[in-house]
Structure formats: structure tokens, C-alpha cells
Write a protein that binds this ligand. Structure first.
Ligand SMILES: C[S@@+](CC[C@H](N)C(=O)[O-])C[C@H]1O[C@@H](n2cnc3c(N)ncnc32)[C@H](O)[C@@H]1O
Length: 238
């Protein structure tokens, strides 16, 4: 299925049976805790891949934002790498669990909607989105991008991990019960376009599977100005 076919102009969930208000999504993820708890008993293969990626990006003393942090598995790992990290999630239950189980002297956890959250004048060296952007409805993506732009600066690195759009589309058609309340098939081209619109350019894209082929895609973005500055320095500017 062409991912664009899946746009839900009626603002309903993928099943079309309930309105997706923030309250409904919050309740859904409060109840999702039982599922996410498994990651604290047995290592999740997806997290193992994400941690490999993060270990190449996160440096000591960085200020990092982990958007849609869930139970804090990646947040704690970022803290263990020596960075100061704020994990943000919509679900109070997940944040409560993260505070009890994924705490570290470098972690801070906030409850909030990542399309609206306000960090004042703070800027972050790295912003991580691990399996979260597909849970943001298409109509709210511009608000999320505005926020990412607001809290980034010239040296900010963005790390994004997302289920592959081809898998998402297949699931929607064949096994919709395996999808979460909002679970969009966002394609590589769409994602590059979104981040391009806030002046970020992908420097690495990895398509990988942990137990299926074409299962996830991860991206590392840096600000376009960084390239242009380096091209000017090394190649000259006529
Ligand atoms: C699949 S879980 C991923 C959790 C974590 N990043 C990980 O990789 O284990 C998706 C998370 O997105 C959160 N979420 C969904 N919509 C959100 C929103 N608008 N603002 C903040 N968090 C949101 C959910 O509460 C849930 O914790």
C-alpha cells in the first residue's frame, strides 16, 4: 500500500473506532506499561541496535533530550554514556516507572506532549526520537518539528529510529492488531523532507532488521549549515 493512502483526515485511530485525543493516547500508553516492562527483564533487540547507534553519537557532558522516552531504557543508557539527559513522555505511568527503574544521576524525567512541551531557552546537543515519531499523527508533525527546531542549535545532532514504512503498511493491511493506537507508515522521503524543512540533513541512514528484514530505519541528522561551512572551508566559495 502506498503510505500516503493511510493519511487519516478524519483524525481517527488506525482501526477507525475511537477518536485520538491526547487523553485517549495517554491512557493507551499508561496501559502499555505491562508490555514495555518486558524490556527491563530481557534485553530488547531493537534497544541493542539503538544503543550501538547512540554510543557513536553521545559524548560526555552533552545535554540530551530523549523524546517519547517510555520507561527510560534509552534515557538511562544516554546517562551512562556521561551525558545529562531529559526523558519526556506523555504517560505519567511510564514516567513513574522510568523514575523508579531507569534512574541515574544524569537523568531527569518530565511528563509532557512532545508536540507542545516548553523548555524555555534551553538548547540540546542531541535530540533522540526512538520509536516515537510514528506515534505522532501526521497533522501534529509540524508542531513537533517546530519544537525540535526551537531547542536545537548549529551543532545539534538528531537521532531517529522508526519502524520501516513498508513493514508498517503491511501490518496495517494484514495484522492491524499488532499496531499501536497511532502507528503511521512514515517513509524515508517524508522524513528527509520534514527534517530538511527545519534545516537538518541526514548524514547516515541505516535500514535494518532484528528478527525480520526491512524492520527499522535509523537516521542521524546534522544542521545543513555544518556541511556548507565545511564545503566553503575545504573547497572554497567563488
Ligand atoms: C513505542 S514507545 C517507545 C518508548 C521508548 N522510546 C523506547 O524506545 O523504548 C512510544 C512512546 O511514545 C510515547 N508518546 C506517544 N505520543 C506522545 C506524545 N505526543 N508526547 C510524548 N510522548 C508520546 C508513548 O507514551 C510511548 O512511551
Amino acid at each position: 500500500m502506498d503510505p500516503s493512502e493511510s493519511v487519516r483526515k478524519d483524525k481517527k485511530s488506525y482501526r477507525g473506532d475511537i477518536m485520538v485525543t491526547t487523553k485517549v493516547v495517554r491512557n493507551y500508553y499508561n496501559n502499555f506499561l505491562e508490555h514495555l516492562k518486558h524490556d527491563h527483564k530481557k534485553p530488547n533487540l531493537r534497544h541493542i541496535e539503538i544503543k550501538k547507534d547512540l554510543s557513536g553519537i553521545i559524548k560526555k557532558d552533552m545535554n540530551v533530550l530523549d523524546l517519547g522516552c517510555g520507561t527510560g531504557v534509552t534515557t538511562r543508557y544516554i546517562a551512562e554514556l556521561g551525558a545529562k539527559v531529559i526523558g519526556v513522555d506523555l504517560s505519567p505511568k511510564l514516567i513513574e516507572f522510568a523514575k523508579a527503574n531507569s534512574t541515574h544521576e544524569n537523568t531527569d524525567y518530565w511528563i509532557g506532549d512532545i508536540t507542545k512541551i516548553n523548555f524555555g531557552k534551553k538548547k540540546f546537543d542531541a535530540i533522540c526520537l526512538c520509536d516515537i515519531i510514528e506515534h505522532i499523527p501526521r497533522e501534529k508533525i509540524p508542531d513537533l518539528l517546530k519544537n525540535i527546531e526551537k531547542y536545537s542549535f548549529i551543532n545539534t545532532i538528531i537521532y531517529l529510529n522508526i519502524p520501516d514504512a513498508r513493514l508498517q503498511s503491511w501490518l496495517r493491511k494484514n495484522r492491524p492488531e499488532k499496531l499501536q493506537i497511532i502507528d503511521e507508515p512514515y517513509s524515508v522521503m517524508e522524513i528527509l523532507g520534514w527534517f530538511g524543512s527545519i534545516n537538518f540533513e541526514a548524514i547516515k541512514i541505516k535500514i535494518y532488521g532484528v528478527n525480520l528484514p526491512l524492520q527499522y530505519t535509523s537516521y542521524i541528522f546534522v544542521r545543513k549549515d555544518v556541511f556548507f561551512h565545511s564545503y566553503n572551508i575545504h573547497l572554497g566559495n567563488k
